[in-house]
Design a protein around this ligand. Structure first.
Ligand code: ADP
Ligand code: MG
Length: 436
């Protein structure tokens, strides 16, 4: 336990808090928080803004402190810091803002990052940049959906550089913007620029945030150019590629495209399972492969969610004092009640949409036919039913002409794999969604 970082402890505590407060409560107040530091019985939690800090302080402090005890094995005083900054800087911190001492998430290192089909290029590029900052891809632009590991890779580069004594400056685009606006207001832009110019490696997270904020773009553009010209490394992340940021001025967009754009996609089943195994090891938890497989088969789109789910399952098992079995996992996930839209599609509507997309009749899909296209359609229908409804494997099998559960599992796995590689299937899947 002693070697665990504040972030590790906080993540474990979040797993339990998720079970103890309502889902909307959790989403509103706990999302975006991070374990900042843990020293001398004081646990600092970094929160996104003052409003959240105040709410948690007033309403959740004692629950949080109680929950933390289970992980720190001592009573702790919790305090909340906006973006890792507190009103009264702690002397043992070395002082300063997140800029001077980059606020890198301690767990986000290369060693903890699982390579998969979805992130191979981005990981290779990040490693290359970390090994030779400013020399290979500049800038490196990492893009991908929410919770797929962009910040993890960004901070991993930061840790690697910092470990070799290279000055790193790290900020979210939002922090950058706030700093910039403050600097302008206080007529202090030279100092602002000097601060960022000190970087041999500049990491800016979530640059989609500055899309359309003209004044910030301007500031960013100059700093980017200065650093780039001086051969410093710039790494950016975004939830979308530069060409999908319509309000970005052309010259900034073209700067973003100078280096390498590496995207991260949704992880396939094997990658999800490998990530769950790695996280389980990190947490020193004991979760059976069955249970991990179950979680990996249920949560597909977002690794943060995958991890949250694992935390929840572990916390649930702990509360119920049983091992984390598949059963417990199912119960923990039921509680997520995450699927209001799912119940809104009837199986008939789904089968009809699949049939329409593939130019066949619903009876083809539910019937006994073995023609290649029909089999493809049936598989796709099984996959969609699995994704979009609460039906069990057996129920889906029955609906689609009396197939057994194993056939449905095989079909859905196969579609899942093919969806990664087959443009035809990807197009059809999009059409189906459109028809629903
Ligand atoms: P993003 O910035 O893309 O929204 P994050 O980098 O914050 O996502 O990742 C979300 C969570 O998923 C983090 O806890 C991160 O450690 C984890 N994660 C994402 N990808 C991987 C991976 N390939 N291996 C291990 N953990 C991962
Ligand atoms: Mg991120």
């Amino acid at each position: 336990m002693k070697t665990r970082t504040a972030q590790d402890i906080w993540e474990a505590a979040l797993g339990e808090l998720q079970v103890q407060v309502s889902r909307s409560n959790y989403r509103t107040w706990f999302k975006g928080t991070a374990g900042y530091s843990y020293r001398n019985g004081e646990f600092s939690v970094s929160v996104p803004n003052a409003f959240v800090a105040e709410y948690l302080e007033k309403n959740q402090r004692s629950l949080i402190e109680k929950t933390l005890i289970g992980h720190t094995e001592e009573t702790v005083r919790v305090c909340f810091r906006v973006n890792g900054r507190s009103g009264s800087p702690k002397t043992d911190d070395g002082g300063g803002s997140g800029i001077d001492r980059p606020n890198l998430n301690t767990g986000y290192v290369f060693d903890n990052f699982v390579e998969g089909n979805n992130n191979r290029l981005a990981l290779a590029a990040a490693l290359a940049v970390a090994a030779n900052p400013g020399q290979v891809y500049n800038p490196l632009f990492i893009c991908g959906g929410v919770g797929l590991g962009k910040t993890h890779l960004l901070h991993a580069i930061g840790h690697a550089a910092q470990g070799r004594g290279i000055p790193v400056v790290s900020a979210t685009a939002e922090q950058f913007t706030n700093d910039y606006i403050t600097a302008i207001r206080e007529r202090n832009t030279p100092e602002f620029r000097a601060r960022y110019r000190n970087a041999s490696v500049l990491l800016i997270d979530d640059v989609q945030f500055i899309n359309g904020k003209q004044q910030t773009e301007e500031g960013f553009f100059h700093i980017f150019n200065e650093l780039h010209t001086a051969g410093r490394q710039v790494v950016l992340t975004s939830d979308r590629p530069p060409q999908d940021m319509p309000r970005l001025t052309e010259r900034l967009r073209s700067r973003f495209e100078w280096g390498l754009i590496a995207d991260i996609n949704q992880p396939d089943y094997d990658t999800r399972l490998a990530i769950l195994q790695a996280k389980t090891r990190l947490k020193e938890a004991n979760v059976s492969v069955d249970t991990l497989e179950y979680i990996a088969s249920q949560i597909k789109r977002n690794i943060r969610e995958l991890e949250g789910c694992l935390n929840r399952v572990i916390a649930y098992a702990k509360l119920l004092r049983t091992p984390p079995t598949t059963d417990i996992a199912a119960r923990a996930m039921e509680n997520l009640a995450a699927r209001p839209p799912r119940e809104s599609y009837t199986p008939e509507a789904l089968v009809a949409a699949v049939a329409r997309a593939l130019g066949m009749s619903p009876e083809d899909i539910t019937g006994p036919g073995r023609a290649k296209e029909v089999v493809t359609g049936r598989r796709l229908a099984m996959y969609m039913l699995r994704q979009e409804t609460g039906y069990t494997l057996a129920q889906i099998g029955t609906l689609l002409g009396g197939r057994d559960a194993a056939a449905v599992t095989n079909a859905t796995k196969r579609v899942e794999e093919e969806l990664e590689t087959s443009p035809f299937l990807q197009r059809k899947a999009k059409e189906i969604i459109k028809y629903l």
